[in-house]
Design a protein around this ligand. Structure first.
Ligand SMILES: Cc1cc2nc3c(=O)[nH]c(=O)nc-3n(C[C@H](O)[C@H](O)[C@H](O)COP(=O)(O)OP(=O)(O)OC[C@H]3O[C@@H](n4cnc5c(N)ncnc54)[C@H](O)[C@@H]3O)c2cc1C
Length: 432
């Protein structure tokens, strides 16, 4: 069945017209017997996978607010949303903004229809918050670059086909100006991916080692030495995504052959996702769950627990009202300065509070994992996961620095970094 973009869809549509157009597409194109790969192909052909991207690059040219509306309608129709993961969320917007037409033609479509998966090769053992101190180097060799070094905390590197690689291409330049950004092929002899086991028991992220790995000069995005500017587009997309809760994929689904989901039948996938969502609804509303379990275990009237349950409610309400305020400001054509940073800080705060209150409610059960424990194991999971979000996508301190410098206009930290050649700086592991 050939799907084409709906010619009646325009940026002048009302919210109701837009919702109706998504419903028309689903009625015409969705079939629970399709594989995930086939469904994502239809979503990509129609433009609904990336409605805010330009029409010539797989989108519908709709305004930013339409993304959330479309995601809501796909969720309401109980069909899978576009591919989850970092390709669509980060690599896509970056290549759209800085890539050549050849790069757009090569990379955008397979990340929109989920055939190829991406990871973010930014952080290194000596370069996280101070990302511009990165030391992985790329040296020119004819039409290619030879890459040596190490990355760490690389989410999804095990199943990625490509990485957004930041590498130092000019150590003579000051640290922000000697970095280049590559669309880097992961499947090659010079790349070793070692999954790291977290305290959750899972392996979300990996170490990645490069030994004379190769990338084509034609895959340098944004030009030699422009990597910092390009990386900032990726980081802005990351903060925006975290602020609104990711790409809005309904039902989920991870792209790329190695993730093993492309051949799954969407009807079966959605049945599983709905069962999980029903369970997660309780877990998501942390305060509701905590109040219920506190009552069940007879600790709801303990004055200290009671005080913290009230605090949990206050934090949730502050988050809800802040996002309502931001929504109204956006609708009025302005916006809440630093909205993404504030949303991320608020999320970290709620998680930290739950990390302490959950175990206080369940007491000794906190030493056990599993759905048979009070709270169905959600408190223990949340406690172990709680540190992650206050670190990834820029730690809490970095969010506050950004708010100070870019929203409040405070001066930047002084230092020699800006004009000194990178090779003369003591950074990261060189500093020890
Ligand atoms: C779950 C998870 C997934 C991740 N996925 C990826 C990924 O896919 N790709 C990737 O490239 N990276 C990823 N990361 C790495 C993440 O971006 C870094 O961990 C983060 O940027 C912090 O860097 P760091 O760990 O080196 O800590 P550091 O930068 O060494 O920071 C240590 C502490 O010092 C504080 N600090 C540092 N600088 C300042 C400053 N100027 N002012 C005040 N305080 C400061 C920090 O807030 C922190 O508390 C992931 C991390 C996590 C936890």
């Amino acid at each position: 069945m050939a799907i084409v973009t709906d010619p009646t869809v325009t940026s002048a549509m009302t919210d109701a017209e837009l919702r109706a157009a998504v419903r028309r597409f689903v009625a015409e194109a969705y079939d629970p017997a399709l594989t995930l790969a086939q469904w994502w192909e239809r979503l990509a052909d129609s433009g609904w996978a990336v409605p805010t991207w330009p029409r010539e690059w797989h989108g519908l040219g709709l305004p930013g607010a339409a993304a959330r509306t479309v995601a809501e309608e796909l969720r309401a129709a109980a069909v899978p949303g576009p591919p989850a993961g970092l390709g669509l969320l980060l690599a896509g917007p970056t290549i759209l903004a800085h890539g050549t037409d050849e790069q757009k033609a090569r990379y955008l479509r397979p990340l929109v229809d989920g055939r190829e998966a991406w990871c973010q090769l930014f952080s290194e053992p000596g370069a996280g918050s101070d990302l511009a101190s990165l030391q992985t180097k790329a040296q020119r060799d004819g039409e290619e670059w030879i890459v040596n070094g190490q990355k760490v905390w690389t989410s999804g590197a095990q199943s990625a086909d490509f990485g957004m690689l930041l590498a130092r291409t000019d150590p003579e330049a000051p640290k922000h100006r000697g970095i280049s950004y590559f669309a880097f092929p992961m499947d090659q002899a010079g790349v070793e991916v070692r999954p790291l086991k977290e305290m959750t028991g899972r392996s979300l992220f990996c170490e990645v080692f490069f030994t004379d790995a190769r990338v084509a000069d034609a895959d340098c995005v944004g030009g030699h030495g422009a990597g910092w500017i390009v990386a900032n587009t990726t980081l802005a997309a990351e903060r925006a995504g975290l602020g609104v809760g990711g790409s809005g994929s309904a039902g989920g689904g991870f792209p790329g052959r190695k993730a093993g989901m492309l051949d799954l039948v969407v009807g079966e996938l959605m049945a599983g996702a709905q069962a999980q969502a029903a369970q997660a609804t309780r877990a998501e509303r942390g305060g509701v769950l905590m109040r219920r379990v506190a009552r069940e275990l007879g600790v709801a009237d303990d004055p200290l627990v009671r005080q913290e349950l009230a605090q949990a409610y206050i934090l949730e309400e502050v988050g809800r009202m802040t996002s309502l305020r931001a929504k109204h400001l956006r609708a009025a054509g302005s916006g809440l300065p630093g909205e993404g940073n504030l949303a991320k800080l608020q999320m970290s705060r709620v998680l930290r509070h739950g990390r302490d209150l959950g175990p206080a409610i369940i007491g000794p059960y906190g030493t056990l994992l599993g759905a048979e424990t009070p709270g169905e194991g959600n408190f223990q999971e949340a406690t172990i996961w709680a540190p992650g979000p206050s670190i990834y996508g820029g730690s809490d301190e970095i969010q506050k620095n950004i708010l100070g410098e870019r929203v409040l206009g405070l001066p930047k930290e002084p230092g020699p970094d800006k004009n000194t050649p990178f090779r003369d700086l003591l950074v990261g592991t060189q500093a020890h």
